[in-house]
Design a protein around this ligand. Sequence first.
Ligand SMILES: [Zn+2]
Length: 270
Amino acid sequence: MIWPNGAKSATMLTFDFDAETLWLSRDPANAKKPGVLSQGIYGAQRGVPEILKVLKDHDLPATFYTPGWTAEKYPDRMHAILEAGHEVGHHGYLHEWIDPSKPEDERAAFEKGLEALNRVAGITPTGYRSPAGETSPNLISLIEEFGLLYDSSLMTDVTPYRHTLEDGRPGPVELPWHWSSDDAPYMIFAIQTPRPIRSNDEVFQIWRDEFDAIHEMGGLFNLVMHPQFTGRPSRLRLLHRMIEHITSQSDVWIATGHQVASAWDQANPK
Ligand SMILES: [Zn+2]
């Protein structure tokens, strides 16, 4: 891949703006657990504005994959994200689990999410990230059917590639990610299934090493973050530190998912 402006690699700073949907979708009983939900409320109320400040300080673009439910509850946050020039992508309606045995449910959630983003923020997203860390052939077909340019749900490669639909037609561009470049594995916590919360030094080391290696390979470093985790006070410092490391390389193209997918699409037309 030859990246724009002669860059050796590309980096996407992405935020899955789940708010309470991460917990509401996993267990409906969470709707009556204010403590659990307050983690997501923090992400929307405090995390997003703090993240926007860091991005503004560095004058960098980002992509916020947002469920329709979140857009409806936090329209002011949607407007702040868009006014700052960032991209908003599709992230389901209520952060649904993938269930390929119910294609009509997948279609309904996909359409409802699109409708909410359009009604609240006046946008038609060009990118989709599955809310489940998983996807389905039906969802990839829906992305194509509704005219979106790209998906960012799979871990197949470290450079973009094009999906082939089940009927053999070329499909959307894929912008791959990986759990190692995601904040959730290091920062999520639940009382029922406790996991250790990892230190910034440990997370920085993993992210830095992954970035350095992908940069050397000329690939796409797709950093996946969440306002409920990276929006925490000390994690904002980690984000700042990571951006400083990435921008210390002069030949990195930092772009939104839409910009990366468009560049790849133009270089590799259907
Ligand atoms: Zn999510």
